[in-house]
Ligand binder design. Structure first.
Ligand SMILES: Cc1cc2nc3c(=O)[nH]c(=O)nc-3n(C[C@H](O)[C@H](O)[C@H](O)COP(=O)(O)OP(=O)(O)OC[C@H]3O[C@@H](n4cnc5c(N)ncnc54)[C@H](O)[C@@H]3O)c2cc1C
Length: 382
């Protein structure tokens, strides 16, 4: 049964909440995590984790359990209907791999393997940020309960928990959905990831075992239509849309679609409360930044918590330190993904030409490329 008070209460046991709980394992603090789901559900989305995220997951003792992690050795960036491309490679970035593709579900079970103080089937209904402690009301085994904490961490993925309205949010609807599935291509992927920009939205094909994980962003109605096509027609549409670089596709799995918007908190704290991961910033999946950013939120919050005294835990001083430490990385990630989408959205010939020159110039400037890659891998302090 969850206790009535704790030093730290984490709401949401998704990958960012679970990573924070793991990072605090072994400390003297009492940490409680409440997760609404009864058990692990299978989530079809692939996650491209940066090499920097791998280093954090290794420190958390989780990496060895992510058996299917497939290295990305290079990324081919191009635009449909226009010239110019750029190839980002691990060698140029000075790392063994730019990143790794894992399944959300596998990462989630690896993170939850060693968690203690985690209560599943506990849905937080409302939170209240106070000066001395924060309070959460939740339902568990059919009863309503309350828990007080010196520090409350909201990691519920941005689902609109009552009480989080205290944090000012900005929102931008991209009017796009991402269709997610796995496909097999006629040409072997050789650990290359493809990010191809089209006027309807970017399409990513990521090496995942022998297959490719597909994230195809497009308008919501087209996404519904793509999910309802039979396999042969879907693969044909994919080939038409992506082009010939992988020689076509001949096998696909179940498809799912996710609506996409940008939503972020101007200030990710309230009294005694930190909001992190997707609850603090939900990004478009272009360039696979969302969870990588959320994991750095968790890691850096854990470092601040572990350096704080019992009296400092959850104080405005501690929250200020967290905000200052995360500001550049958070805003960098938000600005980077949103700008990429804006730059590649226009279908005009002039824009296409300018983008083509931009991609070609990036390819010819190793220092600029290395700068970009290291920020994508390690965040703003790369
Ligand atoms: C199609 C797609 C592809 C993506 N690809 C990438 C990628 O390649 N790389 C990358 O870095 N990111 C990617 N992302 C983003 C990534 O999925 C998210 O950033 C990540 O899942 C955020 O983790 P989280 O723990 O903050 O939130 P979530 O994953 O949303 O987890 C939140 C958890 O909180 C629980 N919860 C919710 N409400 C309550 C409540 N009231 N009480 C208790 N528990 C609650 C939920 O059950 C859930 O377990 C992608 C996203 C999409 C949609």
């Amino acid at each position: 049964m969850p206790p009535e008070s704790a030093d730290i209460l984490i709401v949401g046991g998704g990958p960012t909440g679970a990573a924070l709980a793991l990072a605090l394992r072994g400390s003297d603090l009492s940490v409680v995590l409440l997760e609404a789901r009864e058990s692990m559900t299978s989530d079809p989305r692939p996650l491209a984790l940066s090499y920097g995220s791998r280093l954090i997951l290794e420190r958390l003792g989780v990496w060895a359990r992510v058996a299917t992690a497939t290295p990305i050795l290079s990324i081919h960036v191009s635009q449909r209907g226009g010239f110019g491309h750029s190839v980002l490679s691990a060698t140029e970035a000075g790392v063994p791999a730019l990143g790794y593709v894992v399944s959300y579900s596998e990462l989630q079970s690896a993170l939850q393997h060693d968690l203690s103080g985690c209560f599943t089937g506990a849905t937080v209904l409302r939170i209240e940020a106070g000066e001395e402690t924060a309070l959460a009301e939740f339902s568990y085994l059919g009863n309503k309960r309350q828990i007080n904490a010196k520090l409350l961490v909201v990691a519920e993925g941005g689902r609109g928990l009552e009480g989080v309205e205290g944090v000012t949010q900005r929102e931008k609807d991209y009017r796009q959905s991402a269709v997610v599935t796995q496909v097999v291509s006629r040409v072997l992927h050789r650990n290359v990831a493809y990010e191809r920009f089209t006027p309807q939205g970017p399409i990513a094909l990521l090496p995942f075992g022998e297959k490719l994980a597909l994230v195809w962003t497009t308008g919501p109605q087209v996404a519904d239509m793509l999910c309802s096509l039979n396999d042969a027609l879907f693969l044909q549409r994919l080939h038409q849309h992506f082009g010939d670089r992988l020689g076509g596709f001949y096998e696909t799995g179940k498809r799912a679609s996710f609506p996409l918007k940008l939503k972020y908190a101007i200030t990710p704290t309230m009294p005694r409360t930190v909001v992190l991961g997707n609850a603090a910033q939900t990004l478009h999946p272009v360039a696979g930044q969302g969870f990588n950013l959320g994991l750095r939120d968790s890691w850096e919050l854990s470092e601040i918590i572990l350096c704080s005294t019992a009296q400092q835990l959850g104080t405005s001083e501690m929250l200020r330190a967290y905000r200052a430490r995360r500001r550049l990385d958070r805003y960098g990630g938000i600005f980077f993904t949103d700008t990429l989408l804006t730059l590649f959205a226009s279908d005009s010939a002039l824009f296409r030409a300018a983008r083509g020159f931009g991609l070609a110039a990036l390819d010819a400037l190793p220092k600029a490329k290395r700068f970009l890659m290291r920020r994508m891998i390690f965040g703003a302090r790369g």
